[in-house]
Design a protein around this ligand. Structure first.
Ligand code: SAH
Length: 397
């Protein structure tokens, strides 16, 4: 008998609205004795079927829905179909026969595959497994991915903290195919970047910023640009491609800056007007102010300060601080491109934080554009949590 999960009275509403998560507080009882990752039937208090979901005994998100169709079997054919559809959705973004393409192929819940991330870097696929359910089907998914793509390597980067919440320990390494190159060369917006899929952040590169990086070019011709939290130089390279006079990259990681330097050189940009500053951004912005520096364009792309809503308050302080100092360093008419990738900070809250920062810096500013994650990281309408990256392009008056 397939195990069941019965919801408390009246708690089926989000499920009927196709939200894919079942929180522990909504669970009345379990029928049967499911193991971690096992598929169970989600039922209302009366036993009415609602969905098939994967059981996560250790997580506050107690189950994640695979399917709302009662006649669906969650097995190999199911994953084959979901993965095929996920790849097919990317075909408008995909460059046929390009072995330097970089694209997110599977974006978890938004592709109907909760807990599964797959990124493509040329011939290398990198997968990240974030839930007990996805963990259970790891081998099946790996087989199908190799079968559906012409990838030479499938590498795993399941070394993220959220796995702890699912009771899963970290895992990295080769899953299928040959060992990926030390550096995988990719092309993004006509620029070349070398990606370290073993040691790099996330799966190696911040693919979600692809369109926002290209967008930066609109503002950089003849300008002095400050790229804060530069990582391997994604925004800096686009600032130069847009005709920036100078770029200053700030990151606390010397290794990231070294990669950034190599990436900029690889694209034949002169490094004469490029400065690399290994420093905490909170410190650097103050230091630059003391040095009476000023910039025309400032990018703030910090790491996740608030992974969940419970961290929002402290995170807000951090965001406000860097935005405040950036406003001070901007010349009149200058452009601030500011991001938050914190799931725990909503779009409207982020805008308020930036507004508060402007107020404290005693500047007036206008929003020119609102930015989000690139379309290979789609957001399913009934799962707004999928929209984690928000950005504002703001002009100081
Ligand atoms: N803009 C980058 C991605 C930024 S990721 C891109 O487009 O690829 C965040 C970066 O911030 C990482 O490189 C990390 O090393 C750096 N970082 C984290 N905390 C920092 C801090 N307090 N000061 C400076 N850099 C920091």
């Amino acid at each position: 008998m397939t195990p069941s999960l019965f919801l408390k009275k009246g708690r089926q509403k989000p499920i009927l609205r196709r939200h894919p998560w079942i929180f522990s507080g909504a669970v009345e009882r379990l029928g049967g004795n499911p193991s971690a990752g096992e598929t169970l039937a989600v039922r209302d208090i009366h036993g009415q079927f609602l969905a098939w979901a994967a059981y996560s005994p250790e997580s506050q998100i107690r189950a994640r829905i695979w399917s709302w169709e009662e006649n669906q079997t969650v097995g190999e054919a199911f994953f084959q179909e979901r993965l095929e559809r996920s790849l097919a959705r990317r075909s408008p973004l995909s460059r046929a026969g390009d072995d330097r393409q970089a694209l997110r192929l599977v974006h978890g819940e938004s592709d109907g595959l909760p807990g599964l991330i797959v990124d493509q870097y040329g011939q290398t696929l990198v997968m990240q497994i974030l839930s007990a359910g996805a963990e259970r089907w790891r081998e099946t998914v790996a087989e199908i991915l190799m079968d559906l793509t012409s990838a030479q390597s499938l590498y795993e980067r399941s070394d993220v903290e959220v796995r702890n919440l699912e009771g899963l320990s970290p895992r990295t390494g080769l899953v299928r195919g040959v060992s990926p190159p030390e550096r995988v060369a990719i092309e993004e917006n006509g620029l070349t970047f070398e990606v370290d899929v073993r040691q790099g952040h996330k799966t190696g590169f911040y693919l979600d910023q692809r369109l926002n990086r290209a967008n930066l070019r609109e503002f950089t011709r003849g300008k002095e640009v400050l790229d804060c939290f530069s990582y391997t130089g994604g925004f800096a390279a686009n600032a130069l491609a847009g005709g920036a006079n100078s770029v200053c990259l700030v990151d606390s990681s010397g290794e990231a800056l070294q990669r950034a330097k190599e990436n900029l050189a690889e694209n034949a940009f002169s490094l004469e007007e490029v400065e690399f500053v290994e420093e905490d951004v909170f410190q650097a912005l103050r230091l630059f102010r003391d040095q009476a520096r000023a910039y025309d364009v400032i990018v703030l792309d910090p790491p996740k300060f608030a992974p969940t809503a419970s961290h929002a308050k402290r995170a807000a302080k951090g965001y406000k601080d860097i935005n405040l100092w950036a406003f001070k360093l901007l010349r009149p008419g200058g452009i601030l491109v500011t991001f938050s990738c914190s799931g725990g900070i909503s779009t409207s809250f982020f805008q308020k934080i930036v507004a508060d920062a402007a107020l404290d810096a005693e500047v007036n500013a206008q929003i020119l554009e609102r930015l989000s994650q690139s379309p290979d990281h789609p957001v399913v309408l009934n799962f707004p949590e999928g929209e984690y990256l928000k950005g504002l392009v703001v002009r100081k008056q």
